[in-house]
Design a protein around this ligand. Structure first.
Ligand SMILES: [Zn+2]
Length: 310
């Protein structure tokens, strides 16, 4: 993977003489080449039984359609994730919708920065994703799926994406965690343009609590970083990180602030242009959560949201 993420972990599960794939990589030439090498090398002579994707983000779903087309295998996803991917690939336009500019303005972006972003068009997601199959097999929270000798339970989380599927092999003590639990970095939790009144950070914290009901002795297989033990400690650290940032933000809101005024408090550094979108989404998610909790009040002036402590 390009950028600071550097890589994504994908999983290949034995399924008798065939194999199942979990997550697929971005649709970029180096990722296609990596698959070509695998399929012609260690996996030669075996067929793809099915393709599972934990969520719709392009590094996970990007090559699902390409792999499905060449193998004939079905795509397995939760309905929410599949619909999101289908929606975003179906909506490519030259000019972003008015809601995009309104969201950026609300967060405190300058008009010049909004115009610069608008000039890039709308629908970049589709450029990183091969056409998503129009049919899929639905994964639901709690489903048990037999794959080879193992049984995997679907554990759905939310906040990083709408209906993220983790896969739990309780007997084998394995958790394919996707982006729901990462060992070193925190998953991006953004207030989405598609649901500006939602509370994704609330959903994320609830998902952390839900995952803490799983056994602590699982080997966690994350999408980025090394497999690790210590699920509960990592979940506690992730929750504490968000709660600490919420408290710091609450203190900052003694004076009215916009989302762009919160970057130093949230991230401890200035935000470069390339990560402005992600940082803005994350700041908006934290501010929105304080508002939902009744700890902050949102005011609006000329389309700009100003938050202050309640
Ligand atoms: Zn993701």
């Amino acid at each position: 993977m390009p950028g600071s993420l550097n890589h994504i972990n994908l999983w290949i599960l034995d399924e008798e003489d065939r194999f199942a794939i979990v997550d697929t990589g971005l649709d970029i030439p180096p990722a296609r080449e990596a698959w070509e090498k695998l399929l012609a090398g260690p996996l030669a002579g075996r067929t793809v039984a099915r393709i599972l994707c934990t969520h719709f983000h392009p590094d996970h779903l990007g090559l699902a359609g390409w792999l499905a087309e060449r193998s004939g295998a079905r795509l397995w996803m939760t309905r929410g994730e599949w619909l999101f991917g289908r929606m975003l690939t179906a909506d490519v336009r030259e000019t972003p919708p008015a809601e995009a500019g309104a969201y950026q303005r609300a967060a405190g972006w300058s008009e010049a920065r909004i115009a610069e972003e608008a000039a890039k068009g709308w629908g970049r997601f589709a450029s990183m994703v091969s056409p998503i199959p129009v049919a899929m097999v639905r994964l639901r929270d709690g489903d048990e799926i037999a794959i080879g000798a193992r049984s995997w339970r679907v554990v759905v989380g939310s906040g990083h994406s709408p209906e993220h599927a983790c896969l739990l092999d309780e007997a084998g003590k394995l958790l394919i965690a996707g982006d729901q639990v990462l060992p070193r970095i925190t998953s991006n939790v953004s207030l989405s343009l598609s649901e500006p009144e939602a509370d994704p950070l609330g959903e994320w914290l609830a998902s952390i609590a839900k995952l803490k009901t799983l056994p602590d002795d699982l080997l966690v297989l994350p999408s980025h970083g090394e497999p690790f033990y210590g699920l509960h400690a990592r979940l506690d650290a992730l929750a504490a990180g968000h709660l600490g940032r919420l408290d710091a933000l609450h203190a900052l809101l003694a004076e009215p602030r916009r989302a762009v005024d919160c970057f130093m408090t949230l991230f401890g550094r200035q935000i470069e242009d390339g990560s402005l979108g992600l940082a803005t989404g994350e700041a908006m998610a934290h501010l929105r959560h304080l508002e939902v909790e009744g700890r902050a009040v949102r005011g609006e002036r000329d389309g700009v949201y100003w938050y202050r402590a309640a």
